[in-house]
Design a protein around this ligand. Sequence first.
Ligand SMILES: Cc1cc2nc3c(=O)[nH]c(=O)nc-3n(C[C@H](O)[C@H](O)[C@H](O)COP(=O)(O)O)c2cc1C
Length: 446
Amino acid sequence: MSSDASPLTFTGFGGLKLAAEGFGNPEQPVVLLLHGGAMNRRVWRDAAVALAAAGRYAITIDLRGHGQSEWAKDGRYDLDAYAADLRAVLDQLQTRPVVVGASIGGYVAMAAMADGGSALASGLVLVDAGLTMEPGESQRVSEILRRHAKGFDNIEDACAGSAELSPQHRASSPESLRRHMRQDAAGRFYWPWDPQFLSGVDNAALNALQGKVSDLKIPTMIMRGEDSKVTTEADIANLRALMPSAEFIQVEAASHHVASERSDVFNATLLEFLERRLPRAPITYEAGSDARTLRDAMGCFGTGVVVATTRGAEGSPDGLTANSFTSVSLDPPLLLVCIAKSARSLAAFESSGSFAVNVLHIGQQLDSARFARRAEDRFSAAEWETWETGAPILKASLASIECDKHAWHDGGDHIILVGKVRRAAFEPRRDPLLYFRGAYRRLHLT
Ligand SMILES: Cc1cc2nc3c(=O)[nH]c(=O)nc-3n(C[C@H](O)[C@H](O)[C@H](O)COP(=O)(O)O)c2cc1C
C-alpha cells in the first residue's frame, strides 16, 4: 500500500490558505483529521496511511497559524475563526466526511457542528477533547511555547525545547526537526506556529458550547487517554451526558496525545467504528426488506417542502405537510402530491373538488412542523386567505398554487392526488426550505 500523500490547499475563513494532504483514493469516503494546538497535520500520518489502506480517503490539514497554513494577519485564533475555517473546508469538499479532531481540533469540530452544522459531516470522533481544558497542563505547554516564541539559536536547542514540550514533539534527529522548523535570515529556528494562537481558545469559549453540542445527529465517538492531564474524567463525563448517543472509549497507557502515543489502538478503534457505524459499502434495500431502509434510500432525493391544503366536508380548513410534490405537466398545467391513506386529512382531500399547494420558504420550518404534528390546531397559528376555490392559501409562502382536483389514483399505501392549476403566485426573493435525509436543510450558494 502506498503511503504517498497529495498536497491540497483549502481556503478558510477570510480567504486564509490552509495546507493539507490527501492519502488514498479521493473517490472513497472522506475522513478529515484535525490536529491539536502546537501540532501540525503530520501527527496523523500513521492514521492517514491506515485509513487509506482500509479504503478511506484521509485528509490531514494544518489549522490556521500551524504548520504550513497561513497565519491570521488579524491575530484571530478564537474558536469561531477556526470553526469558520472548518465549515469553509467542509463546503469545499462537496461530500460529508467523518471529522476526527484531537484536542483543539476536537473543540473546533464541535464548534463548527454546533447550531445545526452537523449536517456538514457524516460522523465525528473527538480525541481527548472535552468542554473544559484543565488549566495546569495547558499552562505548562503555553509557558514553554511563550518562552521560546523568539526562536532558538541553533537546532540542538530547538531539539531540547521540543522534547520539553512533550514526548510527541521530540524529534528523531536534529535533521528531521530542521525540516519542520522555520528558519529566518539570521539563522534562528522557530516552531511552525504563530505564537498568537496561544491566546485564542479558552474555557469560556468551550463552555459556550455546552448547550449546543447535544443535538449532533451523527454517529459520534468520544476517546480519552486514561492518563490525560488536559481532559479529565469529569470533563468527559460532562460531555457524554450532553451527547448520550456518543460511543466512548478510554485508551489505556495514553495521555493527551492518544493517536500518536497508542497509534495501534487508536487506528484499530477508529477503523472499527467507521466500518460499523459508517460502512463504505452502499446500504442496500431488497424488495421485502425493512421499510426504514427504503425510506432512507428515498431520502437521498432532496426536495422542497409544501403544505397541501383543502376544505373538509363541513368547510373547515385542513391540510398536511408533504414533500412528495412534483410538477407533472405544463400543458395542461398539472401537479401531484401523494397523501398517505393513513392521513387523517385524506378524507377532506377526497371530498373536496379543489386544493392548494403552499411551497415553504426557509423561514417556515415551524409551519412545516405544525402541519406534520398530530393534534395541533394547524390553522389558528397560520395566516391564511382564500382565492377562488376556498382552499386555504398560507400567506407569505414561497409559492402558492391553487388547483382543481384532476385525478385520484391509487398508489399503494398513498393516494396520488393530481391537480390542474388554476392560479399560482410566487415570491422571487426568498430561499426554499429543503428536506434531505430526514432533516431540514438550507441552500448553500457558493
Ligand atoms: C418534511 C415532511 C414531509 C412529509 N411528506 C409527506 C407526504 O408527502 N405525504 C404524506 O402523506 N405525509 C407526509 N408527511 C407526514 C405528514 O405531514 C404527517 O403524517 C401529518 O401528521 C399528517 O397529518 P394528518 O394525519 O392530520 O392528515 C411529511 C412530513 C414531513 C415533516
